[in-house]
Design a protein. Structure first.
Length: 124
């Protein structure tokens, strides 16, 4: 949270955690509420809508790059260095494309349902 808070504080954003249980503990939700940070409640967070979560595409690209390595990381420090390098490269190379039209896709999901972005783009 110490890295996230300065980024989202005083900006018109909604924190949208993934479905990990640790993101919805009482301690975390109380903290978010005390900091006046809007967030998607667990009951309203769809469990499997990757088209609404560009971060899932980002992680998939990072995992694919990691899988290309011939030698896996030997320890946690090594993994951390490798993963940081890979994620920075993926963000630099594909970050803008991953986030392109995100608002439009969310609008389509809201209007046409979870398959809205897929159905609308294939019908053109």
């Amino acid at each position: 949270m110490k890295r996230l808070l300065p980024f989202i504080k005083n900006r018109p954003v909604v924190f949208w955690p993934d479905m990990a249980t640790c993101h919805y503990t009482r301690e975390i939700t109380n903290f978010l509420q005390s900091e006046s940070i809007q967030f998607v409640e667990k009951s309203k967070n769809a469990p499997n809508v990757p088209q609404a979560r560009p971060i899932e595409r980002f992680w998939a690209l990072c995992k694919r790059e990691y899988a290309k390595r011939e030698v896996p990381a030997k320890n946690l420090n090594s993994f951390s260095r490798v993963w940081t390098k890979i994620s920075n490269e993926v963000a630099k190379r594909r970050g803008k494309a991953i986030m392109a039209n995100f608002r439009r896709r969310l609008w389509q999901i809201g209007k046409y349902g979870v398959y809205g972005p897929i159905n609308v783009s294939t019908s053109r």
